[in-house]
Design a binder for this molecule. Structure first.
Ligand code: SIN
Length: 483
């Protein structure tokens, strides 16, 4: 890996401001999904290391919370600037361990940095209230105080942005964290920690526990009473486990879990806008985001035209190693992800779906998969119920608005939904009827630091980013003063 600053490539865990090995010297390999080659071996820590990290985080949090918000904001701002300045190196690290094309990695780094910038600003605007008292001899106030030390478990699909979206609001609020990055992508997390240190984030405030035993590390975080909050992005199945494990210590939870995003295209949509939106939503990160369109519902009148044009555009996607020029889509993260995508496609075809383009492993081999468009989809197919997490656009047909809303809501999930229409009344009606935390109208991309990100139903709890994101890391204390 050729970096301008090779010291950004770290292989040790980061606890209490020090780069540490596992006590028993164990390591695990991080591999490039584009070619399967070993990039580097990283410290494989266990549950005891979690306790060690919490031991460091507890006193560090107290002094970090006592640091003026303005100082915390300035440090976060420096961290943001360093992330931006080191975009080229961070993008190489990210693409090498995760596979997304360099341009997408750079986009993710800017997206991640925007949370650091935003929450640095928010740090200075944490305000309590003074309330009108119902009694003449009392004065009533609220303080907003940091919740304490939090545990964060982050996914491989956005190895920088999901850390920034969780850690920045926590640090802005005056909390400290113990973070477990995905075992597939620890290198981006460690590079971020290196930059956080350079920015002046004190020892113990941001701790990174790398390791492959995610269940043991997660359990240790949940079981420790000193961790007052857990924040997790990943599957609903794991989210439920973390919630159960956190019950005995009654932790606050933020869970950004699975999705099964519907994308509704009505006859009255602008077809160019709808196709552009579907391409962006479907193929971002090779279909590996929780908010990628998973079920595309198209109304009768434009179904054939939409499917044909989407297939033409999909067939033109350039698949390859994300480090190469001109590549639009990299490999899937691993064999497990690849097998799930293949199983969904095979299931759909066996139940009557037609392949307009793609439908199989890409000639690059490994975990590369062809951008795929399937028509004649129906609700008996796996893709209707489960998140595919791959570059497969399954198109379902509908006749009227009521039918489309019913099908879109017929899922345990409720993260993001998309809607394409030029009819303003429909826009409001359908947006209100969709049981989702996020509704994107006439666009395939909505994520930013400003909009609240999060789901309803089995897609999770809490909101990340936005003016609401910092509240997840704050407690409200009511102070009643007799005078
Ligand atoms: C995710 O897939 O979990 C995050 C996607 C986003 O932030 O847009």
């Amino acid at each position: 890996m050729k970096l301008k600053d090779p010291s950004l490539l770290r292989s040790k865990a980061y606890i209490n401001g020090e780069w540490v090995d596992a006590v028993d010297g164990r390591v695990f390999g991080v591999h490039n999904p584009a070619n399967g080659k070993l990039i580097i071996e990283v410290a494989d820590l266990n549950a005891d290391a979690v306790t060690h990290a919490i031991d460091a985080a507890v006193p560090a949090q107290k002094s970090w919370a006592a640091t003026p918000a303005k100082t915390r904001a300035m440090i976060l701002r420096r961290w943001h600037d360093l992330v931006i300045e080191n975009t080229d190196d961070l993008a190489i690290i990210l693409t090498t361990e995760m596979g997304k094309p360099l341009a997408e990695s750079k986009g993710e780094i800017a997206y991640g940095a925007s949370f650091i910038d935003w929450f640095g600003e928010e740090a200075r605007r944490v305000c309590g209230d003074v309330m009108e008292s119902p009694q003449v001899d009392k004065r009533l106030l609220t303080f907003k105080q940091p919740i304490g030390v939090f545990g964060a478990i982050t996914p491989w699909n956005f190895p920088i942005a999901m850390i920034a979206r969780k850690v920045a609001p926590g640090l802005a609020a005056g909390c400290a964290c113990v973070l477990k990055p995905a075992e597939q992508t620890p290198l981006s997390a460690l590079a971020l920690a290196e930059l956080a240190t350079r920015a002046g984030i004190p020892p113990g405030v941001m701790n990174i526990v790398t390791g492959i035993d995610a269940p043991a590390i997660g359990k240790a975080l949940c079981a420790d009473d000193r961790i007052r909050k857990m924040t997790f992005t990943g599957s609903t199945e794991v989210g439920r486990i973390l919630m159960r494990q956190s019950a005995s210590t009654v932790k606050k939870m933020s869970l950004e879990l699975g999705g099964n995003a519907p994308l509704l295209v009505f006859n009255d949509a602008n077809l160019d806008v709808a196709i552009e939106g579907a391409m962006l939503s479907k193929y971002r990160n090779a279909g590996q985001t929780c908010v990628c369109a998973n079920r595309i519902f198209v109304q009768d009148g434009i179904y054939d035209e939409f499917a044909k044009r989407l297939a033409e555009k999909s067939a033109a996607i350039n698949v390859g190693d994300g480090l190469d020029d001109g590549v639009d889509q990299g490999p899937l993260i691993d064999q497990q992800g690849y097998k799930k995508v293949l199983a969904h496609v095979d299931d759909a075809i066996s139940k009557g779906a037609k392949v307009l383009t793609g439908g199989k492993s890409h000639k690059m081999g490994g975990t590369f998969f062809e951008p795929t468009v399937l028509t004649d989809m129906d609700s008996s197919m796996k893709m209707f119920r489960e998140e595919t997490f791959g570059p497969v656009a399954g198109i379902f047909r509908f006749t009227d608005e009521e039918e489309a809303i019913k099908a879109a809501n017929d899922t345990e999930f409720g993260l993001a939904a998309y809607l394409f229409t030029e009819n303003t009344s429909r826009l409001f009606r359908v947006s209100e009827a969709l049981e989702y935390g996020i509704v994107a109208v006439n666009t395939g991309i909505f994520s930013s630091e400003v909009g609240p990100f999060g789901g309803v139903k089995n897609s999770g709890l809490g909101r990340e980013g936005s003016k609401y994101g910092i509240d997840e890391f704050l407690e409200i204390k009511f102070v009643c003063i007799g005078i």
